[in-house]
Design a protein around this ligand. Structure first.
Ligand code: URA
Ligand code: SF4
Ligand code: URA
Length: 195
């Protein structure tokens, strides 16, 4: 990480701005390549993430990594992954609007420093807080959004795919659009065995 991101990380790891600080084991800053061109935004750390201090390491994370691999993307080279809130909500409940609002400045600062070409919004919560409360994942997924001049693709959350595997078909179409855009904006020679 560069020094600006390192100092932001140090600050976020000490954060106690909301009540989730009281029950967390780890603050999950996020991980991946700062220069990969893609920033993936999830909802909140779950149990596995809270124990390990890393984003998307449970079942949802394993599915996310499989989808990324099918696109030819890895955490180490192409994407940075973080969440709307950086601490686990007890029992994996959805973060409250207050928690999301208090935590959002950290995410916005990360996006500003990393300056990705493409945002991927994983699921209803990421879409709601990045685009607005009126946005619905079932309606918006697969359509590029323009968020402050940055392209954002809303897709179903991997947890939704685990609950309803029939959503995987649409999700693969959405990720193909992301690979095409990545070739257009970041690397025309990006290799993916499947796209
Ligand atoms: N679900 C999320 O939204 N984020 C994680 O980091 C893990 C599971
Ligand atoms: Fe701070 Fe965000 Fe954790 Fe709340 S969830 S304590 S705002 S880092
Ligand atoms: N419901 C959710 O909460 N997220 C999705 O991605 C799809 C349905």
């Amino acid at each position: 990480m560069n020094s600006e991101t390192e100092s932001l990380k140090e600050e976020v790891l000490r954060c106690t701005k909301c009540e989730l600080a009281k029950t967390r084991n780890h603050v999950i800053f996020g991980e991946g390549n700062l220069n990969g061109g893609i920033f993936i935004i999830g909802e909140a750390p779950g149990r596995d993430e809270d124990l390990q201090g890393r984003p998307f390491v449970g079942l949802s994370g394993q599915l996310l990594d499989k989808i990324l691999a099918a696109c030819g993307f890895t955490r180490s080279e192409h994407v940075f992954i973080s969440n709307i809130v950086k601490c686990r909500p007890p029992g994996n409940r959805v973060p409250t609007p207050h928690e999301a609002a208090v935590c959002m400045p950290w995410l916005l600062k990360q996006i500003e420093l990393i300056n990705p070409k493409i945002l991927i919004l994983l699921g209803a919560t990421a879409l709601k807080y990045m685009a607005g409360p009126e946005y619905r994942i079932t309606r918006e997924r697969g359509n590029w959004l323009n968020l402050n001049s940055r392209l954002a693709m809303p897709v179903y959350h991997p947890a939704a795919l685990l609950r309803d595997p029939s959503l995987k078909r649409d999700t693969w179409e959405d990720f193909k659009k992301i690979v095409y855009k990545y070739r257009e904006l970041v690397n025309p020679n990006h290799y993916s065995a499947h796209v």
